[in-house]
Design a protein around this ligand. Structure first.
Ligand code: AMP
Length: 401
């Protein structure tokens, strides 16, 4: 079975075509500037086919999907002979609310439920819905489409973890609660970690640290998410590239009054101008921060220190929540590539008996254990693979039809 995985944003669309036999990646690519002018980078990964990387008009998502299918099936850049070889499409969907605790086959009823979740993720869900509609328009109704939600994995959290201490009606009437995000990534790395440890996930207490442009931590007990640091939106928890993480709402009111800002202007600052960028004034990219800190930039050093400290505090709280931890996992752009951040975080975790092996930590490579043999808690670097999870869920759902 060949599955096309789609991650549609408002003006972009990422894709991968995966042959589920051997889970082989056949091609990947990115459409950008959809609705503006248009650019497509298509990378075939078989038969030494050339990369296509050119501007081309992409007025709508449907035209972007058509361009992707055209490249996937073309003689020069293609990896399949016709569209009929694509058996199913799996879509990343950001918010599934409380309705979706697992991936689903897209039906008219599901589309209606996705629309109902849109107020929870007004920037993301409409783009995901547009991506699904575009695939149906170009590929026809007979090709099954599956939705895989960032929030679904966290639906196992108990009420004591997901409730906010607000008037109860905001939850019952309006659905205001912690939902959590990056669920597909936390699910993938926790399952992979159990495999690598050679133990059933049902026996393990794991903490997964997804640290990239956006960052969240998840406590996983017996294979189930029991707590996570993002909330009703992906803005809270840790300080991130440009997002603030947790801030006292009273401080926001103070700033808004002082600078005459409305809530939209404030949220723009919290989402785009805060985090390690806001602290350092240098960059949202950890590579730039490390370079600046090495050159003596104190605000860059502070941003990195705040990040490590925040991660360590959340990890500590999840050890308390689970009454222990067997392994801590680092993943995503920063988690996979920044040894100094990993070692900075682990410097707080000696009380747990965590002992990092600095030689292993310095090594590049996937699925890398970076704890010493004596460490009481295993430490792992596991590259995330959300697309593979989406493809596997799609295969499982479509095979059972
Ligand atoms: P992601 O959102 O998972 O794609 O992560 C992107 C982020 O990973 C970038 O903004 C960088 O901050 C970080 N990153 C990528 N490569 C490195 C590296 N070699 N060292 C430190 N940070 C990195």
């Amino acid at each position: 079975m060949k599955v096309l995985v789609i991650n549609a944003g408002s003006s972009s669309l990422k894709y991968q075509l995966i042959d589920m036999e051997g889970e082989k990646l056949l091609a990947k690519g990115l459409c950008e500037r959809i609705g503006i002018d248009g650019h497509l980078k298509h990378t075939p990964l078989v038969d030494d086919k050339p990369v296509f990387n050119e501007d081309l008009p992409l007025p709508t998502h449907a035209e972007a999907i058509a361009a992707v299918i055209d490249k996937l099936t073309s003689a020069e850049y293609g990896v399949v002979s016709s569209m009929s070889e694509i058996d199913a499409v799996g879509h990343r969907v950001v918010h599934g609310g409380e309705k979706f605790a697992s991936s689903v086959l897209i039906t008219d009823e599901v589309m209606k439920a996705l629309e109902d979740c849109t107020p929870f993720a007004p920037l993301h869900n409409p783009a995901n819905i547009t991506g699904i509609n575009a695939c149906v328009e170009v590929m026809g109704k007979d090709v099954p489409q599956v939705g895989v939600f960032d929030t679904a994995f966290h639906q196992t959290m108990p009420a004591k973890a997901y409730m906010y201490a607000l008037p109860y009606d905001y939850y019952t009437k309006d659905g205001v609660r912690r939902y959590g995000f990056h669920g597909t990534s936390h699910r993938y790395v926790s399952q992979r970690c159990a495999e690598l440890m050679g133990r059933p996930i049902e026996e393990l207490k794991l903490i997964s640290c997804h640290m990239g442009n956006g960052s969240s931590i998840c406590a996983i007990m017996n294979g189930k998410s029991v707590d996570t640091s993002m909330g009703f939106t992906p803005l809270v928890g840790l300080p991130m590239g440009t997002r603030s993480g947790d801030v006292d709402p009273g401080a926001l009111q103070f700033v808004m009054n002082r600078y005459g800002m409305d809530i939209d202007a404030m949220l723009n600052v919290l989402n785009k101008k805060s985090g390690v960028l806001g602290i350092s004034g240098v960059s949202s990219d950890f590579r730039d921060l490390e370079n600046a800190a090495e050159e003596g930039n104190e605000r860059a050093r502070l941003a990195l220190d705040m990040f490590d400290y925040s991660v360590a505090k959340v990890v500590g709280s999840y050890v308390a929540a689970m009454n222990g931890v067997d392994a801590i996992i680092f993943t995503a752009g920063v988690g996979e590539n920044a040894p100094t951040t990993r070692s900075g975080i682990c410097s707080y975790l000696g009380y747990l008996g965590c002992e990092i092996d600095e030689a292993a930590n310095a090594k590049r490579g996937s699925d890398n254990r970076i704890s010493t043999d004596a460490s009481k808690v295993q430490l792992w670097v596991i590259p995330t693979n959300e697309e593979l999870v989406i493809a596997r869920d799609t295969r499982d759902i479509v095979s059972a039809l």
